[in-house]
Ligand binder design. Sequence first.
Ligand SMILES: Nc1ncnc2c1ncn2[C@@H]1O[C@H](COP(=O)(O)OP(=O)(O)O)[C@@H](O)[C@H]1O
Ligand SMILES: [Mg+2]
Length: 300
Amino acid sequence: MVSAQTEKNPKNYSMTAKDIHKYFGGVKALEGATVAITKNKLISLIGPNGSGKTTLFNVITCWLSKTDPREAEEAEETEESFRGNIMNWLSKKFGSNGKEELEEIGSVMFEDLKIDGLSTHEAALTGMMRTFQTTRNWPKLTVLENLLVAPHRQTGESFLNLFFRRGKIKKEERENTLKALEILEFLEITHIRDQLGEELSGGQLKLLALGRLLMTAPRLILLDEPMAGVNPTLGNKIMDKILELKVDSTIFLIEHNMDVVFNYSDEIFVMARGKIIAQGTPNEIETNREVIEAYLGADY
Ligand SMILES: Nc1ncnc2c1ncn2[C@@H]1O[C@H](COP(=O)(O)OP(=O)(O)O)[C@@H](O)[C@H]1O
Ligand SMILES: [Mg+2]
């Protein structure tokens, strides 16, 4: 078997996450989740609350590190038994626990790059970008400024320049401003452009997060419930805009609104208890819907 480090993604995949485990103490949020995300498609991830969707996004984007289930079990045993403690001490002291010989469990590849093991910051510079279920922004900057910060933050440049050189804004910065204004208009939030991030409602924050995403050009976009708290008309408009992004990007979407999921996805992954239990086109998933509902309950 090829080891995780040397394995490359087939060219048509943007990202693959294989056999991912994540334990929070005794809570097994992910138990061997595997997804392969085809380039330039919109792929959805559905499943009941608490099934591990957000945790999977967190591991993919390096906001959380994956768990090695063998180490977790070992730690549990060690905690339980005095003998375990002694053995652990002995193996540490004499270095013969043989861990190096074990093949790594679980891997995340973004294009040809091994992602798991990177810091959150490093992962953010690889060309993948995410939005959050609970939206984050710069609370003391205005909506417009929040958008202008986005592309600079992405490339790691100093964005403060923008505020110190207001008098002679360079061409690139003017273009960014024009782009930001266009995005505000598209999202129908021009009227709040001078409001501070901290003054926005939940729905407005979602729109701002999408706006920041539209300012940059990530190759992989991970969206965690972007429609929650947004009215359906605007929600559909946003989805249409997201579809346009497929020309240059791949979209991985967590969404509870099944109409959105079934109308817009190229492929759907169904998650339950930390595992993918079904995968297919909307038609294929629809065909299996009864089976899935029987397994998950109607509420997924
Ligand atoms: N930081 C954390 N600490 C402890 N438990 C967590 C943490 N994050 C998630 N969990 C648990 O992991 C499971 C999966 O959560 P989550 O990935 O948020 O599910 P979903 O996004 O599908 O609703 C849940 O049981 C949740 O309570
Ligand atoms: Mg979630």
